[in-house]
Write a protein that binds this ligand. Structure first.
Ligand code: AMP
Length: 283
């Protein structure tokens, strides 16, 4: 496995691979790898000849007061894990290598970014779509793998790829959870045992909503109130949003159907957790 930090070296590497007719798979991450990232790497390994993993904590997608500085970083740990997952190349640039001349050009996806995390983290998705565009231009992948854990991010990236006629095939993979149901996240490492226990209220509230919807309750506001009541039982929980949205438009819905997804963002102390699930599907 190679580790490349320079943009031009990465471009030369993939150009040679493309000339050899290789199918390039790409998994963009911010590192501190866990099983959620592994499922993306495993899928990439299965259907591509060359698997590139990027590890880049992108400063432009963090707002002021967010956790850019404290975000967990450990390249040597990640390198061992990536090698065991069959990654061929880690692309791990510094912010200076990614933004040597600042960043005056922005990719902005309208509409889909207005709700949910777009509303609670202003500017976040411009940071994401711009850096993912740059990474796509550098890595030139045929296929790129993203997790449904970041449901809105996946929808926004698919829209960007479609609108800008990018040739990459964007593949979404299901959420990987801990045994007790907590969605895996690099940010889980911030949680004390007590806050982690409180964090289980996300998946618990999702389960309750699914059960009630399957029992016939179709009114989104009733289901959201149920979820809010469950989260409110936790002393340190501060809700950022709990909404039920259409899976494609990401607009709030009044009545749930097979397109409806419940999405939650809740802070526990300084840690913001997100989770989601289709309301009418088994968890
Ligand atoms: P991150 O390093 O958190 O930016 O995540 C990199 C990629 O891994 C994104 O496409 C995430 O959606 C995906 N991912 C993160 N956590 C999970 C998870 N628990 N299950 C599936 N995919 C995940």
């Amino acid at each position: 496995m190679e580790t490349i930090t320079s943009v031009s070296q990465m471009q030369e590497f993939v150009l040679a691979a493309r000339q050899q007719g290789k199918i390039i798979g790409f998994v963009p991450t911010m590192g501190y790898l866990h099983q959620g990232h592994f499922s993306l790497m495993e899928e990439g390994r299965k259907c591509c000849d060359l698997l590139v993993l990027s590890i880049f904590v992108n400063p432009t997608q963090f707002g002021q007061g967010e956790d850019f500085d404290s975000y967990p970083r450990d390249l040597s740990r990640d390198s061992k894990l990536a090698a065991s997952a069959g990654v061929d190349v880690i692309f791990a640039p510094t912010p200076e290598q990614m933004y040597p001349d600042g960043c005056d050009t922005n990719v902005h996806v309208a509409k889909l970014t207005e709700n949910l995390c777009g509303a609670s983290r202003p500017g976040h998705f411009d940071g994401v779509t711009t850096v993912v565009s740059k990474l796509f231009n550098i890595v030139q992948p045929h296929k790129a793998f993203f997790g449904m854990k970041d449901f809105q991010q996946l929808a926004v990236i698919k829209k960007m790829v479609n609108d800008l006629n990018m040739t990459v095939d964007v593949i979404g993979m299901p959420i990987v959870r801990e045994k007790d149901g907590l969605a895996m996240s690099s940010r889980n490492t911030y949680l004390t045992a007590n806050l982690r226990q409180q964090g289980l209220s996300l998946v618990d509230s999702i389960r309750k909503v699914i059960a009630r919807a399957q029992a016939g309750e179709k009114c989104a506001s009733v289901l959201i109130t149920m979820a809010k009541q469950r989260i409110a039982q936790e002393p340190d929980a501060v809700v950022d949003y709990i909404q039920i949205c259409h899976d494609q438009t990401l607009k709030d819905v009044a009545c749930v159907d097979e397109h409806s997804v419940i999405l939650l963002a809740v802070r526990f102390g300084l840690t913001r957790l997100i989770d989601n699930h289709y309301v009418l599907r088994e968890l």
